[in-house]
Design a protein around this ligand. Sequence first.
Ligand code: HEC
Length: 160
Amino acid sequence: MSVTAQKLVVALLSLALVAALVAAGSVDARRQAEARKHAEAMLDDAAQPQIARGRAVYTKYSCNACHAAGGTGGIMNLNAESGGKVNGLLHLSESYRPAELAEKIRNGVPTVGKGDPTGPDPPLHMPPYRDLIAGQEMRDLVAYLMSLRPPPGEAKSSAW
Ligand code: HEC
């Protein structure tokens, strides 16, 4: 192969790589947009007064700062074992009973596991809400969280 032909091959391969990266990026963006729409639809569904109140509790205590609006997650948490991001809260009803969930919120998550054991501690951890959320607010918040569901078609987190 001549040098020119080699250069051409390299150029074409680079182009193909760029195209693949762009395509992957747009798929990701589309999935995120779908997830957002789904989350918004769930919020509309939340006409039930208790769930609507629970959603207000969720923003009142800034749960959305780490877990995002609608509990979709994805806020950066460098070197966290959960893929370097804070997890979403869309699967809680699969693994928690309401009382356990309330207990989890009271205790928070003081230590977040590292993805790379030799890497830095993930900067975000969940504070305990023991002294802040109780009674009706806790019941409303738990009802809201238990109502969250992953977008249709997304794989379940738990193995069956
Ligand atoms: C400063 C960031 C931060 C805030 C604020 C925060 N969390 Fe968390 N939360 C985390 C981290 C980090 C974890 C553990 C690792 C993970 O799930 O990504 C966690 C874990 C959880 C879990 C366990 C998830 C599971 O799958 O077992 C629940 C439930 C939860 N948070 C609910 C809440 C609620 C409700 C609020 C508001 C009252 C809240 N969080 C506020 C960072 C936060």
